[in-house]
Design a protein. Structure first.
Ligand code: HMG
Ligand code: MG
Length: 309
């Protein structure tokens, strides 16, 4: 079996506190979100997507964004990111004292017009005009800017999405100064070759070091899709502890691929992540216990089972 140009080290961004919890119907207290972030950084995660500065009417679960950002005991070497869809979101993130600012902001667009309308209430073209000043203002302050491209293989409203749509959005993001793009399979319908084509489309405008994969696991394909991108040399992925999550505007879509499962895969292949899988499993158990659910991570369940035997 040829495994192409596999990376030696992979960087994982745990999006559990944001993507994972944004869809929870019952309020999760800020203290629990903060504790989750602390446990993730103690487990060796160096990139954590903490919250989003979006409308609390649209996503009530993220209404405590400022409280969460201000409550984190920051660990040196860890980078904290937040979603900011417009100038109002960026202003709110920067209204905190500078020590609580995010290292990175995320503007989030889509390769599907219908999803763009449902998720952020504007067209793709309008979204770029909203993002342009956000990107400029963040970069001016030395804050790194990532762009998320949703629905890069399939959309809950439009069905299949052609790679050309991904290429277009990647080009538009590049034009407005977005430094890194995340290729997202929002509803988890992708399979390896489709995801590789979407990634390839983003790579027409971004270097290998400036792209990441963000795969929801609705159809159980996210690990396969991760491996397919690893084979392309992609070394950055968003994952969610305990496989938490879903998007309020993508009905039925489940969480991101579980961080524990990706760490198990990578370590099993001799690829370094800097993450302590045991501590990560404890972090996943903490939030799963709080939510009163079993973890969505198969690796975590298997290893927890071994602990009790
Ligand atoms: P809008 O209604 O078009 O905005 O929403 P507006 O400028 O017309 O303002 C309307 C109201 O929203 C006003 O309040 C504003 O103050 C308020 P009102 O006067 O009615 O009381 N508002 C805000 N409040 C707080 N923070 C803000 C903000 N902006 C406006 N930043 C907006 C546009 C984008 C804000 C809205 O559509 C929204 O919040 N959408 C939420 C989208 C979201 O969070 N989706 C989930 C995250 S994306 C995702 O999960 C996908 C990803 O994981 C990748 C993948 O898997 O695909 C990233
Ligand atoms: Mg997502």
């Amino acid at each position: 079996m040829s495994l192409g140009k596999l990376p030696l080290h992979v960087k994982l961004v745990d999006v559990g506190p944001r993507d994972g919890l944004q869809n929870e119907k019952s309020p999760v207290p800020a203290a629990v979100k903060i504790e989750l972030v602390h446990r993730l950084q103690d487990a060796g995660l160096t990139e954590i997507e903490v919250t989003s500065f979006v409308s609390p009417k649209w996503v009530p679960q993220m209404a405590d964004n400022a409280e969460v950002m201000a409550g984190i005991g920051r660990k040196p070497g860890v980078r904290y990111s937040v979603l900011t869809p417009n100038m109002q979101g960026l202003a709110a993130a920067l209204a905190l004292p500078q020590g609580f600012w995010p290292h990175e902001i995320v503007v989030f667009g889509a390769a599907s017009e219908a999803f763009s309308q449902r998720n952020i209430n504007c067209s793709i073209a309008e979204s770029m005009e909203r993002f342009r000043p956000v990107v400029a203002a963040a970069r001016e302050k030395g804050i790194y800017v990532r762009g998320a491209i949703s629905c890069t293989v399939g959309c809950p409203y439009e069905g299949d999405i052609a790679p050309e749509r991904v290429e277009l959005v990647a080009r538009l993001m590049k034009d407005i100064g977005v430094q890194h793009v995340g290729v997202a399979d929002t509803i988890g319908v992708g399979t390896p070759l489709k995801v590789q084509r979407a990634m390839d489309a983003a790579l027409r405008h971004y270097d290998l070091g400036d792209v990441s994969g963000h795969f929801h696991d609705t159809y159980g394909q996210a690990l396969a899709n991760t491996l397919a991108c690893l084979e392309m040399g992609v070394w950055q992925f968003d994952t969610s502890v305990a496989g938490l999550g879903g998007c309020p505007y993508a009905k039925g879509a489940t969480g991101n691929v579980a961080t524990e499962d990706v760490v198990y895969l990578l370590h099993g292949m001799g690829i370094d992540t800097g993450i302590d899988l045991d501590k990560l499993i404890d972090a996943g158990q903490f939030i799963s216990d709080f939510l009163g659910r079993k973890s969505n991570s198969r690796a975590a369940l298997a290893l927890l089972n071994q602990r009790t035997n």
